[in-house]
Design a protein around this ligand. Structure first.
Ligand code: SF4
Length: 219
């Protein structure tokens, strides 16, 4: 069950402030088609989007189709993506996924959750990023920022990303799912950081469980 106790006014207030703070949030990975977004999202695991964006221009210039990635010698692809970390696993996932896309889907990235999560290296988060940003299909991509900020705000009590996605989906209109994910990611990077959330300057603080606890603890 989701967190049905959450006051709808609290949710409305949070959404309004997020819209004021981040009116037009975008995916921070650079891509020109669904395949590029899939590759960039796989590369972004345990790596900053900035680093991925440094690596991808030459990568996408060299490998232009799923077939190109599928045919790449593993050691060469590893070298091409090395600076994003975990390069062996990432290169394997990219190559194997590209192989499936090339052989079974005519080179086109599938546009449904069930098929996407069947690709190596593609979990629900990556699938939601692809669906939302490449195909305009609503999905809440629960990464480390979305998990942390939504728990602190009190929008979910879950720890598992799939359960967090389920709770947030139940609370929010489908039409804002993609935007909301980007807004929480931006807020998590700028204000609600993992090590030291900056509650004293956060506009969400009056509506945030963690922020209110911090404020009360000072008195
Ligand atoms: S009040 Fe603090 S914990 Fe809550 S969202 Fe803002 S920075 Fe994060």
């Amino acid at each position: 069950m989701g967190d049905t106790h959450i006051n709808s006014n609290k949710v409305k207030s949070i959404l309004k402030i997020l819209d004021e703070l981040y009116p037009d949030p975008q995916c921070s990975l650079n891509f020109e088609n669904p395949l590029q977004l899939m590759v960039a999202t796989i590369l972004s695991a345990q790596c900053t989007d900035e680093r991925v964006n440094i690596v991808t221009p030459a990568l996408f210039d060299k490998y232009r189709s799923a077939q190109d990635f599928a045919r790449a010698p593993l050691d060469e692809l590893e070298q091409d993506i090395k600076s994003t970390g975990f390069y062996h696993n990432k290169a394997t996932a990219i190559r194997e996924s590209a192989k499936i896309i090339s052989e079974r889907f005519d080179g086109e990235v599938p546009r449904d959750m069930e098929t996407l999560v069947g690709l190596p290296g593609v979990g629900r988060k990556t699938a939601n990023v692809i669906l939302g940003n490449a195909f305009g299909i609503p999905g809440i991509a629960v990464d480390t920022h979305v998990s942390r900020v939504s728990v602190r705000l009190g929008l979910t009590r879950a720890k598992d990303p799939n359960k967090i996605e389920r709770d947030l989906s139940a609370l929010l209109e489908k039409s804002i799912w993609v935007k909301f994910s980007h807004q929480l990611i931006q807020h998590g990077r700028r204000i609600c950081t993992a090590k030291k959330p900056r509650c004293s300057i956060c506009l969400l603080q009056p509506h945030c469980d963690y922020g209110m606890d911090q404020a009360t603890a000072k008195f």
